[in-house]
Design a binder for this molecule. Sequence first.
Ligand SMILES: [Zn+2]
Length: 264
Amino acid sequence: MTPARGLGTMVAVCALVAGVAIPAYAATQTPAANAEASTWDEASSESQAFSSSGDLASADLTSTSYSARTADEISQIDAERKALVRAKEQQAAQEEAAVAQQAQQAPQQQSAPVQGAPAAAAPPAEPAPAAPPAANGSWINPLGGAGYYISRSVGSGHEGSDMVTTSQADYTVPIYAAKAGTVITSGEVVGGWGNTIAIDHGDGTTTLYGHMSPGSRQVEVGATVTQGQMIGYVGSTGRSTAHHLHIELRINGAIVDPVGNLPI
Ligand SMILES: [Zn+2]
């Protein structure tokens, strides 16, 4: 006999002795001791039932722990648990989104005052162009770069300056508004001026452009013009013997010589 086999035999003998001896010992005990022994027997028999076939699942286990969990209930509980997990996931996603949104809003909120600063500074800058310009300020030559000479100016009943153009043909030399304003006169026959436009510049000054080419007026009374806007062509309509621009300048209604007040 090998030592290992001898040890196995010894264990088997001990188990056999215990299995026989303990019931035998229980049978010799008092009723109180028998109650303990019977409790031990019940536990032993239950453990044997579970370990062997499971066909003796106790009524207690069935009625308390497992009978309440039918397949439908288990699936329902499982669905509820999954729904709870999804809800937590959605909540977490919403919280992340909220954090991200706050992160995005933070720069905007920080940039808002920055944007507000130029906006607050802008209004003082905007009234500057809107403020009435000085009578002598910011005029342009109404003939642009076209060639001309001044044959006469204010005096002896002549209320403007005559700018005789190098070109003596209709529709060849454009006339530009010397300053922005509103058209107050626009007609083909305006006294001796012929085809004429006048502009109120809104600052107490007005300009008048006479002898324009027939039918060349580009704007009517009430129209708003910008500085440098083309309003017609140099002509010789009205009381005129040559193509020229008769231009008048008034400040607060008073005739002023365009020469020296306009860049002509
Ligand atoms: Zn004239």
